[in-house]
Design a binder for this molecule. Structure first.
Ligand code: NDP
Length: 252
């Protein structure tokens, strides 16, 4: 039977790779993103429906879910993928940047999860795959807010997996290590010199070296992560966590 999956943040990186993987395996894909009007590649694929969803805007979440159900007859699984890394010295972050990291990475996931649950309960089945990170279990300097957001997702998802098990709704967590996407590029750029925080220089130099060394040791591709997401969706187990190439995090 053909299954249907909704993916957030499908405009690039892991989300886009997952959209292509599931479509290639014969799934219907609701590929959601903030700017569907600029997407060209996914719109050409059969069984892929590209539509707008901003995880910070509940009305767009509801609309994307309703459109997906109308088009494909139901939704079997969701990938909570949209997210970004607010990196750098914590003291240098503005309250707005701190808030935004949680608004997207944490409350965004909760917004989407809360919106899909009535549908999953009604069909008495569902699967929630949330993209956490190696940084959801192992910390790195200059990633305090990002780590905090991913640690929050780990706790949320694990508790929810117990809460929903009796309803035949499974929750799974994917933990990629450094992955070659736009995310990694932004990360490098955020180690820019900041004259107002010069006394952090020695620290940031060392921490930046450590960070770059860690992620340079073994970067995985978005396609590798997508393969693991697909395994998590189809292996029929109740396995909670799937690690992708973040062995270097574990060694710390
Ligand atoms: P990308 O930057 O390529 O993709 C991030 C996606 O999230 C984009 O599609 C972006 O959309 C979307 N997004 C950001 N904010 C919002 C929002 N408010 N609403 C909807 N979509 C939004 O990076 P990745 O593919 O690497 O990141 C995907 C996930 O993987 C993230 O959760 C990230 O934390 C996680 N991850 C990444 C790792 C890495 O090293 N790359 C390692 C471990 C985990 P838009 O195009 O509109 O900006």
């Amino acid at each position: 039977m053909c299954k249907t999956i909704l993916i957030t943040g499908a405009s690039s990186g892991i989300g886009k790779a997952a959209a292509k993987k599931f479509a290639g395996e014969g799934w219907n894909v609701i590929a959601t993103m903030r700017k569907p009007e600029v997407e060209q590649e996914l719109t050409r694929l059969e069984n892929v429906f590209v539509t707008k969803l901003d995880v910070q805007q509940p009305d767009t979440i509801k609309q994307a879910i309703n459109e997906g159900i109308a088009r494909f007859g139901g939704i079997d699984a969701v990938i909570n993928n949209a997210g970004y890394g607010q990196n750098g010295i914590f003291e240098a972050m503005t309250p707005a940047q701190i808030q935004q990291q949680f608004d997207v990475n944490v409350f965004g996931v909760m917004n989407v999860t809360r919106a899909i649950l009535p549908h999953f309960r009604q069909q008495k089945a569902g699967l929630i795959l949330t993209i956490s990170s190696g940084a959801g279990r192992f910390t790195l300097p200059l990633l305090s807010m990002y780590c905090a957001s991913k640690f929050a997702l780990e706790g949320f998802s694990e508790a929810l997996s117990f809460e929903l098990a009796a309803l035949n709704i499974r929750v799974k967590i994917i933990e990629p290590g450094g992955t070659t996407t736009n995310f990694s590029k932004v990360t490098q750029e955020q180690f820019a010199y900041n004259p107002e925080l010069a006394d952090y220089d020695a620290f940031t130099e060392a921490a930046g070296k450590l960070f770059r060394g860690m992620i340079a040791q073994r970067l995985v591709t978005a396609d590798e992560v997508a393969d693991v997401i697909y395994t998590a969706a189809t292996d029929g187990t109740n396995t909670l966590r799937y690690v992708v190439g973040n062995d270097d995090f574990k060694k710390r």
